[in-house]
Design a protein around this ligand. Structure first.
Ligand code: SAH
Ligand code: SF4
Length: 356
């Protein structure tokens, strides 16, 4: 028997042509799509507006798979973390970060990461493989299952309102699957997360930035973490391939595509490394030189055993933030969420790994 087709992760076009191959009309593909992504159906049996014969055909040749939940933890601040396992036994983590009136699901795109950033626990784990589009989308679907938010809510009262692509892996090293997954998440007849509520963070894979934006329209965040190449290359080896000037030129071009867009720069505050006022001033000069509408997220560093860096002091972070604000750049300080369960993005899977 030939292998069954996994439906989660097929694009709408692929689903249409698959159903056409079964002799079904396009509107059947639309109905099936709505069952999968609007209703969150997990079985063909519940798809009541499809004929019995189509349901049994689908049953025979297709699957609707969710990853397996291995462990689930909720931290004291309500951050919710799942360790998920795919059919080949590989594991990743997905985190839900609730805010007062909304919440973001932080999803992973690779098992491990090849970028090897010195401050990142995922980066110390090497890369095993890319996730498929279905594996990326199904992380969000698991969160929807757990929070019982099917059928896809259209109003703004939903818990799972935002998506951040900031889990394990470098998303722009897995562009094709990430684009496909984001287009499923934003589809208005399905999961329906607005593209303006999705933020993708990258360490700066320059040639893939504009294609990502053109194909998805999601918001861009750059993990900058240093104000010059000398420092950035020390903590982010990828900077030798795609240095700051190339990243910022691309951010400038991105803003030309749509002048209203801000670029968010994530900036990890590392003690005595990148946290001085001179560093902040250097950042300001960079943004001016490349005419960028920048926002900064100053991130408190989450240390892990064996890491060479330490978090900056609270006072240093505040002074750094004020320096940026003096120059009219927003620079909120991000508290690490879910610290008691090591849930900060970039810290994912670490605890389990140590246990092994
Ligand atoms: N690979 C992408 C997205 C995943 S990392 C990227 O690097 O942008 C998501 C964010 O977590 C990045 O900004 C990353 O720099 C940050 N991060 C990594 N390790 C961290 C740590 N130990 N403490 C706090 N943030 C960390
Ligand atoms: Fe990979 Fe991002 Fe971690 Fe760097 S910070 S190693 S790019 S996951």
């Amino acid at each position: 028997m030939s292998e069954k087709i996994e439906l989660i992760g097929l694009s709408k076009k692929e689903l249409e042509s698959y159903l056409a191959s079964l002799g079904e009309k396009n509107f059947r593909a639309k109905q099936l799509w709505q069952w999968l992504y609007y209703q969150g159906a997990k079985s063909f049996a519940e798809m009541s507006n499809l004929s019995k014969s189509l349901r049994s055909k689908l049953e025979e040749s297709c699957t609707i798979t969710r990853p397996k939940i291995i462990t689930e933890q909720i931290s004291s601040d309500k951050t919710h973390k799942w360790l998920l396992e795919f059919s080949d036994g590989e594991r990743i983590e997905t985190v839900y970060i609730p805010e007062e009136d909304r919440g973001a699901v932080c999803i992973s795109t690779q098992v491990g990461c090849a970028m090897g950033c010195k401050f990142c626990h995922t980066g110390s784990q090497k890369i095993t493989r890319n996730l498929t589009a279905g594996e990326i989308v199904s992380q969000f679907m698991i969160a929807r299952d757990v929070y019982k938010e099917w059928p896809s809510p259209k109003d703004e009262t939903r818990h799972l309102s935002n998506v951040v692509v900031m889990g394990m892996g470098e998303p722009l090293q897995n562009l094709e699957n990430v684009v496909k997954a984001l287009n499923i998440l934003t589809d208005g007849e399905g999961i329906s997360i607005s593209k303006r509520r999705i933020t993708l963070s990258t360490s700066g894979i320059v040639p893939n930035i504009i294609p990502l934006i053109k194909e998805t329209g999601v918001k861009l965040a750059i993990s900058l973490h240093a104000p010059n190449n000398e420092k950035r290359s020390q903590i982010m080896p990828i900077n030798k391939k795609y240095p700051i000037e190339e990243i910022l030129q691309t951010c400038h071009d991105y803003q030309q595509l749509d002048g209203s867009h801000f670029v968010t720069f994530e900036y990890l505050m590392l003690k005595d490394f990148n946290d001085s006022l001179a560093d902040a001033q250097e950042l300001v000069q960079l943004m001016k030189k490349y005419k960028i509408n920048a926002k900064f997220n100053l991130i408190a560093f989450n240390p892990w055993p064996g890491c060479d860096y330490e978090p900056s002091s609270r006072n240093k972070i505040i002074a750094f933030s004020q320096e940026l604000q003096k120059n009219r750049y927003a620079a909120p300080i991000r508290v690490a969420r879910g610290q008691d369960i090591l849930a900060a993005c970039g810290q994912l899977k670490s605890k389990k790994q140590e246990n092994k």
